[in-house]
Design a protein around this ligand. Sequence first.
Ligand code: TRP
Length: 332
Amino acid sequence: MFNDRKVSYSGVQPSGNLTIGNYLGAIRNFKTYSDRYKCFYCVVDMHAITVRQVPAELRRRTYETLALYIACGLDPEINTLYVQSHVHEHAELAWILNCFTMFGELSRMTQFKDKSARHADNVNAGLFTYPVLMASDILLYQTDVVPVGIDQKQHVELTRDIATRFNQLYPDTFTIPEPIVVSTGKKIMSLADPLKKMSKSDENLNGVVFILDDKDTIIRKFKRAVTDSDTEIRDAEEKPGIRNLINIYSCFTGKTVPEIEQEFKGVGYGDFKIAVGEACAAGLEPIQTRFKELVADKAYLEAQMKKGAEEAAWYARRTLGKVRKKLGFTQV
Ligand code: TRP
C-alpha cells in the first residue's frame, strides 16, 4: 500500500520474442489494473541472464519489451514502467532474502526443475535462486497483488512464505502479496503440441505465435496447428488442439465457448483454423503498428526508462532502508 492505493506488480522477461501466450495470459490484462492499483511493470533483465544471452539481443529486447508494454496500452504517465537492473535495490534485497529462503523450498520449484532439465549444461546458482529475485521485485514495492500467468503462481506463493517468515522475525516489514492468475487460468498451448505451454523458448517455432509475427506467418502457423482425427469443433479434454484454438479465438473475439461451438457447427477444421488465425492477426494489428512507431524512437524509450527507474527507485529505497534497519545493518 502506498498513499492509500493498493499496489500491483508484474514483470516480463526480455529473453525472447513475446508470444500471444504472454499477451493473452498477462500483458493484455495489465491495463485493467491501472484504474484500481498503483502499478509497476518491470522488464526483468536480471532474471533473463539465468540462461545465456547474446548481449546485443538482450539490449534490443529490453527496449522492445518496454515498447511492447506501451503498445499494449500501458500509459507510462500512469504506470511505472522500468528495467530491473536500473534499480540496484533489487539485487541487494535478493541477497538478503536468500538468507531467509530454504534450499528445500527452491528445490521444489517446478520451473527450476523444468529449466534445469532443459539447460542441463548450465544449472547455475542464479537459476536456482531465480524465485528469490522475483520475491525481491515484488516485496520491494509493498505489493498487494501480482497478476501472473498460472505458471508463475508457485513463485508468488513462495514470495508469500518468505515475506511471512521475515515478518515473523522482523514484524511489519513486508506486505504479503496475493497472486492474481490472469485470464481464465487457461494456458495458451503450443500449436504444434497442444499438451505443452506455448513458450518463446520452444525449438519448434511452428507452434509459437509471436506478438510481432506478420499476418501471413500467423495464418500459416494456425493452418498447421495440430488437432485430432475427429471433425467436431467442441471444447473437450480429449481434444487439446481444438480446445486451445477455441480458447485463443475466445480471447481475441470475446466470444464465449458455447457461442464459438455454435458459430462453427458443421465447419471443417481447416476453415476454423483460418478464422482463428484471422482473429489473432486482427487483434494484434493495432499493437504492431504502435510498436513499430515506438521502437523507431529510441530517445523516447530511453526517456521513459529513466523516468521509470527514478520512480521505482524512490519506492524501492524506502523498503530497503526499512529492511536494513530491522536487520541491524549500520548506516553512515
Ligand atoms: N518470472 C516471471 C516470468 O517469467 C517474470 C517476473 C519476474 C515477475 N519478476 C516478477 C512476474 C515479479 C511477476 C512479479 O513470467
